[in-house]
Design a protein around this ligand. Sequence first.
Ligand SMILES: Nc1ncnc2c1ncn2[C@@H]1O[C@H](COP(=O)(O)OP(=O)(O)OP(=O)(O)O)[C@@H](O)[C@H]1O
Ligand SMILES: [Mg+2]
Length: 247
Amino acid sequence: MRPSGPRQATLGCGGHQGKPRRPRRGVRIIEHRRKTPGWGNRGADQVLLTVEGLGKSIGSRSLFMNLTFTVEAGQSLAIVGPSGSGKSTLLSIIAGFTDPSSGELRFDGSRGHIEWAPQASPLLSRRTALDNVMLPTLIRGADPGAARMHASKTLDDLGLGAFAHTPVYRLSGGERQRVGVARAVVSRPRMLLADEPTASLDPYSRTAVIQTLRRCTQEGTAVIIATHDPIVAEQCDTRLDLQLDMP
Ligand SMILES: Nc1ncnc2c1ncn2[C@@H]1O[C@H](COP(=O)(O)OP(=O)(O)OP(=O)(O)O)[C@@H](O)[C@H]1O
Ligand SMILES: [Mg+2]
């Protein structure tokens, strides 16, 4: 059953009414929240991460402030906003690579197993797609045969079966991007941070990525996606808008 509509909360200030204005930096956060049965939500209600009053300034610039939200197992959360609004920075804070300027993040237990598919995934370019995707499960101690099987299946799911044995440097940008997604999802992390996973993809490949991420949520992974893609954002359970302009 379709939910009745997004819950909307506005934190900070600013607005987009009327004709477009030149963006000015500021903070406006709108959180749409709904449960989308299609994404599974297995394990939902188990809060993995609580973010409270989070803010990030770089120099004298405030990227965002007073961000408060939770992330549950099996939940999909889209972070949207214009270029430069701080989406990648927020993912980096969640991953633990960047310190926030204010507020706090509380993980259920430890940070646990988080995978990050960055905007430009750093892959081992001389190794094959399969080698790259096997790596996370091998590192976690999986049997090589099992690692190979999971990696092959994940590449197939993403339409890359024919490229499994191709060195990454011979792949196109979109193919590499999907190898990055495959590498992030293959070990079924507790939380997956995907930075613009569908940028520069054709509709068919984009659908494959969406379905792969959706499968992860059905298996209990919390998926946080920074995206400019309205179709991806629309399909997520929760949407967090980072805004640039302020009156
Ligand atoms: N280490 C840093 N030092 C200085 N400025 C930074 C640093 N990291 C990010 N920024 C600035 O913070 C702002 C937000 O960057 P971020 O990469 O988070 O934006 P984004 O929303 O992901 O943008 P895009 O949609 O283009 O990927 C940018 O203006 C960027 O220049
Ligand atoms: Mg970014």
